[in-house]
Design a protein around this ligand. Structure first.
Ligand SMILES: Nc1ncnc2c1ncn2[C@@H]1O[C@H](COP(=O)(O)OP(=O)(O)OP(=O)(O)O)[C@@H](O)[C@H]1O
Ligand SMILES: [Mg+2]
Length: 269
């Protein structure tokens, strides 16, 4: 069901059954007294694509970054399958939590001078002892899995190619494969298509949707392109001014709601 602002969240307890990810009263202030996220309440189901849309500066990246604690939440809860990610304190706990979360970035964040295969194996760094990683001694099973994944993302012939010799679309495929190498329980993608042409953008969204679906894990994508969001997401979260103003199916995204998200109306005509 669509949820509009102004309505109180449903009165039920937050548990893993309600959604894989349950966010309660999440607030973020980078500067004291200047809220960027204003008490976000959100439930993300355990599978499918959730697209987060909203104008520039509204807090979409901040929301995603709070989930994996690249940004420190000011207050609130981020319950991921029962663990409150916002409450994790020790670096060991944080490392363990981050291992469960695959990140995909707009600018790919590959290690440019390493090969595609080495970049993929970076996805296993959370699992192998540092000395093995230093010596690049990854288990054979990891290497075999990486080759398999490269095939799955259409880069079977690129294992030994350096990352800096790839196109944007190819880089993003590597970024996605690296995230999957982590065996994540959720994927968070922050504008994964913003640097790509329209056709490649569709292919990247298809890939995220397919790989998430095959693994039965939820994918959260921040995205500016509303048409792409509607095409690939089962659920849309519309943010405006640091608040969630819509959470529901793409079909519910009426012009009226788009105006509430983006403001004005001339751009809709
Ligand atoms: N590290 C930071 N320190 C201070 N303010 C920040 C920081 N990061 C983001 N902000 C501010 O927080 C607000 C939300 O930024 P955020 O990057 O989350 O927006 P966004 O919705 O992802 O925007 P875009 O669509 O342009 O990527 C903006 O006003 C931004 O200037
Ligand atoms: Mg952003």
């Amino acid at each position: 069901m669509p949820v509009l602002v102004g309505q109180p969240p449903p009165a039920k307890s937050a548990s893993a059954d309600d959604g894989a990810l349950v966010i309660r009263k999440l607030c973020k202030e980078y500067q004291p007294g200047v809220p960027v996220l204003k008490s976000i309440d959100l439930e993300v189901p355990g599978h499918g694509v959730t697209a987060v849309i909203g104008p520039s500066g509204t807090g979409k990246s901040t929301l995603i970054r709070c989930i994996n604690r690249l940004v420190e939440p000011t207050s609130g809860q981020i319950l991921f399958r029962g663990t409150d990610l916002a409450a994790l304190r020790s670096s060991r706990e944080l490392r363990a939590a981050r291992r469960r979360i695959g990140m995909v970035f707009q600018e790919y964040n590959l290690v440019e001078r390493l090969t595609v295969m080495e970049n993929l194996l970076c996805g296993r760094l959370g699992y192998v002892p540092p000395w093995r990683a230093w010596l690049r001694l990854f288990p054979e099973a990891d290497v075999a899995h990486a080759f398999h994944l490269l095939d799955a993302v259409g880069l079977g012939d690129f294992a030994t190619r350096r990352a800096d010799a790839l196109s944007g679309g190819q880089r993003q495929r590597v970024g996605i494969a690296r995230a999957i190498m982590q065996a994540p329980e959720i994927i968070l993608a922050d504008e994964p298509t913003s640097s790509l042409d329209p056709k490649t953008s569709v292919e990247i969204m298809e890939l995220l949707s397919r790989l998430g679906g095959e693994r039965n894990i939820p994918v959260i994508v921040n995205i500016h392109n509303v048409e792409l969001a509607k095409r690939f997401a089962q659920r849309i979260v519309g943010m405006a001014g640091g608040e969630v103003v819509y959470a529901g199916p793409p079909e519910g995204l009426s012009d009226d709601i788009l105006r509430r998200i983006y403001g004005g109306q001339s751009w809709l005509e």
